[in-house]
Design a protein. Structure first.
Length: 353
């Protein structure tokens, strides 16, 4: 099935309580698949096409505040419209899942694939000092697997998580093993898991209040310090990445999502030519595998980042290596997807002169 379809199927199977979204290419199959499968008849899952992206993200805010597993999905321009709501959700420390199947920009751009939302995702596209746990799938299988992982991390840290895919992964078809069907949590189980939630039941306690607003600057500073401490804990515990043939590598490619698949083929072709190339694929774009890249930088002559953008992740790679080796970028724009030969040519031109 398509990557988009896998996300929808996985959401039903892991017991998601509600999906609020709005159609936009190239992620519309998520909403379409949910509508076709009618999970409200089998699991009780709510599926609602909101009147806009702004409405959808604020519905997520309300559902998350009640302790439910809620999610939304969109593509680049639609996620831009959701940024204020995402910041509110992060400020209120609520767990939820946002899916972004990226397309080319800026503006309306193109419906073809891109990875140009990296900055928006990992640097905080909305206002304030906040972070999203960002997972970057490179296969249809990971599209399915990361739905459950994203919710596990979101609830563990009371923080929004995002699956940052691109149009290639969303639209391509592969074999996939879906998770087993789970039951949705009962209201009692929700209250046990989320004692902070606004469930409408106080059981003699004071009502829970969930807000991102604090007018006392001293209290607001405490809240921000608390958030930064939480983010530091996530950085310590939740970095995920994959390394391929890095042990003897003289050159390192760093790539995520669909570009990692292209880079893997380029790596294999380069090694057939006698060029020892390794691949490091960040799975979490935040927290970023800074230490792993810094470690590999000590053994290679140079690093090439491969991205479907003008050069965004390269900034984090350069920060990781602190100037110890050259770091260059290769990317295509406008929805054009490079082939492995282009990657090898860029490696030779930029790092092997």
């Amino acid at each position: 099935m398509k990557g988009n379809e896998a996300i929808a199927q996985a959401a039903i199977r892991i017991g998601v309580d509600a999906y609020f979204g709005y159609p936009i290419t190239p992620q519309s199959e998520i909403l379409e698949t949910l509508a076709e499968k009618k999970p409200w008849e089998s699991t009780g899952m709510v599926v609602l096409q909101a009147e806009s992206e702004v409405a959808a993200i604020n519905m997520v805010y309300g559902g998350a505040a009640s302790g439910k597993m809620v999610m939304t999905s969109s593509s680049s321009p639609g996620v831009s419209l959701k940024q204020e709501g995402i910041s509110y959700i992060a400020g209120a420390e609520l767990p939820c899942l946002v899916v972004n199947v990226m397309r080319g920009g800026p503006g309306l751009g193109t419906i073809q694939p891109s990875q140009a939302d990296y900055f928006q995702t990992v640097k905080g596209g909305g206002h304030g000092d906040y972070r999203l746990i960002a997972l970057a799938p490179a296969s249809v299988q990971e599209m399915a697997d990361f739905v459950g992982l994203a919710f596990d991390l979101a609830f563990k840290y009371r923080n929004p998580a995002i699956i940052l895919a691109d149009g290639v992964i969303g639209q391509m078809m592969e074999k996939v093993i879906l998770p087993e069907q789970r039951k949705r949590l009962t209201d009692e189980e929700v209250m046990a898991r989320c004692p902070w939630a606004t469930t409408g039941r106080t059981n003699g306690r004071r009502p829970n209040i969930i807000t991102s607003l604090e007018l006392d600057p001293a209290e607001m500073e405490k809240r921000n310090i608390h958030l930064q401490q939480k983010y530091a804990e996530i950085e310590r515990n939740e970095v995920r990445f994959e390394e391929l043939q890095c042990e003897d590598a003289e050159y390192l490619i760093v790539a995520f999502g669909s570009c990692a698949r292209i880079a893997q083929k380029a790596m294999e072709m380069a090694r057939a030519e006698g060029i020892r190339v390794g691949l490091l694929r960040p799975i979490t774009l935040w927290p970023f595998p800074t230490q792993a890249i810094a470690t590999r930088a000590t053994q290679v002559k140079g690093i090439l980042t491969v991205e479907l953008n003008a050069g965004q992740m390269i900034e984090d790679v350069r920060l990781a290596v602190s100037g110890s080796v050259p770091v260059e970028h290769f990317g295509r724009l406008g929805g054009i997807v490079p082939d492995p030969d282009e990657v090898i040519a860029a490696l030779k031109e930029k790092l092997m002169k």
